[in-house]
Write a protein that binds this ligand. Structure first.
Ligand SMILES: [Zn+2]
Length: 504
């Protein structure tokens, strides 16, 4: 039986038992009756316990913290003084901004500054006229200034980033744009333009102020040392100039093996300095290396395409032959069994496997010697290049050039086909030197420009002149001329203080 009860234990029976037990407990006995009994003392205990719990939640009775009394010393007193409204004439001595009190009367309208000085910047892709409008110039003033500046120089030549100083005057009436008083900017490296009024209310006039510019190139020399780059930078060369020097030098000599730490590097870059102090470094003009006071490398920029030539007039090597078609070579130059004729004979060219219609390009610059049907070669184009080299391209499906035409390296001259004695679309490519067939794969075709005659003489003259530039001469300040010193007006202190707003 008891076993059955234990297994029949459940939440419902537990709940019933608990509620029956709680119902039998007397939580709040009357403390007025049965004083001293066990039930009375239990009631008293419950009362004291509940009261203690209630008191435990009582808020704190500690005193509230108030602001500590300020210690008024001289600094604080002067701070208070600034809140005081008292004219300077009546003894106010702080001159500081005063706090607004009830004595302050608000103005109906804030007075305008009589003039505004600002700096507007011409950003990239910006328009001179739009920039003026944005700076707050009226339509008429903008039109006038744009016309005047446009007559002095093409507006498109003003460099992005040019800062334009603008002074706007007092408005003639509310809502009207401020009239332009002055406008000045550096239009070019060697020219300053300003627009202003000669007398108040007079018409706007443009003043051109050319700036003296010296364009002595900058020559930088020094010992190579541990690092050519670091030594050149330490000698005062701009990073871009050192990079250009190393790049140019690297195209002519092996920098790792042929330059020694005891060598002297020597290069010249275009350089301009203005009388106003600005400097501009340009491109590399000359790159040289000396060993034991003897020039080892001398390269000078020459000609319209800016190539470098050695002192002897030899230009940069340009080079190599292009592959006539992209793709795999399927047959080399040499003896082989002919796929159609069936006997061993010389294969006097290279075969390239390529799809029908693949463009064929000239391997280097040349002239079309012939373009047409050529027996077993099918449709063929023959080109003549410098140095007695000819190339022939066979089995074309279509030709894209005519006889006598000049072609550039990489220009399409025809398309792959299978005309003539051919088993399938491919390019048969031949090369001749002096009329005799040679292996195209054995030729390293390089071209070198060579100056000659009058041009070589002019080149040598220019090189001689350039080499006479003194190292570092261009780094000195330009000495002002007498007229420039006189024109320099003393600047008022107040002009330095005035703040200029910058517009972007
Ligand atoms: Zn072939």
């Amino acid at each position: 039986m008891s076993d059955k009860r234990d297994t029949g234990f459940s939440l419902a029976t537990l709940r019933d038992q608990l509620s029956a037990r709680i119902a039998s407990v007397d939580f709040a006995p009357d403390l007025g009756s049965e004083i001293g009994s066990r039930r009375w003392f239990r009631g008293l205990g419950t009362f004291v316990g509940l009261s203690a719990a209630a008191l435990a939640f009582w808020p704190s009775f500690a005193p509230l913290e108030a602001a500590p009394p300020a210690h008024v010393d001289d600094a604080v007193r002067s701070e208070y003084r600034s809140q005081m409204i008292l004219p300077l004439a009546l003894g106010a001595d702080s001159g500081r901004r005063m706090g607004a009190t009830s004595l302050v009367e608000p103005l109906a309208q804030a007075p305008e500054r009589p003039r505004i000085e600002l700096v507007a910047t011409l950003s990239r892709g910006d328009d001179f006229e739009r920039m003026l409008r944005r700076a707050g110039l009226g339509r008429e003033d903008t039109q006038l200034v744009t016309d005047m500046v446009g007559r002095a120089m093409p507006l498109g030549e003003i460099e992005p980033g040019t800062r334009i100083d603008i002074v706007l005057g007092r408005r003639n009436g509310t809502g009207e744009p401020r009239p332009l008083e002055e406008l000045a900017f550096r239009a070019r490296f060697d020219l300053e333009l300003s627009v202003g009024r000669l007398d108040e209310g007079g018409p706007l006039t443009l003043v051109r102020k050319p700036i003296r510019v010296d364009d002595t190139p900058l020559r930088i020399r020094g010992v190579v040392g541990d690092s050519l780059y670091r030594s050149a930078r330490a000698a005062g060369a701009p990073a871009s100039a050192v990079q250009a020097y190393l790049k140019t030098l690297g195209q002519h000599v092996n920098l790792d093996r042929e330059i020694r730490s005891t060598d002297t590097f020597d290069f010249i870059i275009a350089h301009r300095r203005a009388a106003t102090g600005e400097r501009q470094a340009g491109q590399l003009l000359y790159a040289g290396v000396e060993r034991g006071d003897k020039p080892r490398v001398q390269l000078m920029r020459w000609g319209t395409d800016g190539e470098f030539y050695e002192a002897s007039g030899v230009g940069e090597q340009r080079g190599g032959l292009m592959a006539p078609v992209p793709g795999r070579m399927s047959s080399r130059y040499g003896m082989r069994r002919h796929p159609i004729l069936g006997y061993r004979r010389m294969h006097a060219g290279l075969d390239y496997k390529a799809r029908h219609g693949t463009p064929i390009v000239a391997v280097t610059d040349g002239r079309v010697l012939s373009a047409g049907r050529a027996g077993g070669c099918g449709n063929a184009v023959k080109l003549r290049h410098d140095g007695g080299i000819d190339t022939r391209y066979c089995h074309m499906s279509r030709m894209a050039v005519d006889r006598g035409q000049r072609v550039r390296r990489g220009q399409v001259i025809g398309y792959v086909g299978s005309t003539g004695l051919s088993t399938g679309p491919h390019l048969h490519y031949e090369m001749y030197r002096g009329g005799r067939s040679i292996d195209p794969a054995s030729v390293k075709y390089v071209t070198r420009a060579q100056l000659s005659g009058a041009e070589l003489a002019r080149f040598k003259g220019a090189l001689e002149k350039l080499r006479q530039v003194e190292a570092g001469a261009a780094l000195a300040e330009l000495a002002p001329t007498a007229s420039e010193t006189a024109a320099e007006t003393p600047q008022r202190e107040i002009d330095k203080v005035e703040r200029k707003e910058t517009l972007r």
